[in-house]
Ligand binder design. Structure first.
Ligand SMILES: [Fe+2]
Ligand SMILES: [Fe+2]
Length: 189
């Protein structure tokens, strides 16, 4: 069967089908918003694609945590998603659950901001004002405190920044902006 370009609505439906956990839905929406923000920043034409790839990147994580990335690949193949969407989604797990390396800019951004949204989210939850007036330096402070949000792999973020050839501070700043745009929907206000 021929591949079909998924719409945002179809992607969201699929996300809801495989994810019941509120925190995973919030994470999916946060990554989607940040991907859209970066697509705008880089003046990408296919913004919707960036958003969709972000939205479903962890599709299999709730039901198949041990087969993370691999099950997403299978599910999306069965849904007849295009190869480049699937490749981009799977490449976020480079060296962790797949050997597919991020090559395209969209893939590098996803790889970089996935873990970073986790650090920003954890930091925002500790602050009385949430994410609304968050500055880069609050994140840098938490970055150095390795016991804080210990599950967030700082090395992956730093490696991603290097792949993008972008300054880490700038990436943090833009990721905060992306998440601020949907603060209400992801429980950060
Ligand atoms: Fe993941
Ligand atoms: Fe993720």
């Amino acid at each position: 069967m021929k591949n079909k370009i998924p719409t945002r609505e179809e992607a969201y439906e699929l996300l809801r089908k495989y994810n019941k956990s509120e925190s995973l839905i919030y994470h999916a929406l946060a990554v989607e918003a940040v991907m859209l923000h970066f697509a705008e920043l880089f003046e990408e034409e296919d913004k919707e694609k960036w958003g969709i790839v972000g939205l479903v990147h962890d599709l299999d994580y709730e039901m198949y945590p041990k087969e993370h990335c691999k099950m997403t690949e299978e599910i999306l193949k069965n849904e007849n998603w295009p190869e480049d969407y699937i490749r981009a989604i799977v490449s976020h797990g480079w060296k962790i659950c797949t050997d597919i390396e991020p090559i395209e800019t969209m893939e590098k951004v996803l790889y970089t901001i996935d873990e970073l949204t986790g650090l920003i989210n954890a930091t925002a939850l500790m602050r009385p004002t949430g994410i609304s007036d968050m500055k880069v330096k609050s994140i840098k402070k938490k970055w150095k405190d390795k016991s804080f949000a210990a599950g967030v792999n700082r090395e992956v973020i730093a490696e991603g920044a290097q792949m993008l050839g972008m300054d880490l501070n700038e990436i943090i700043e833009e990721t905060i902006k992306g998440m601020q745009s949907i603060a209400n929907e992801i429980g950060l206000k």
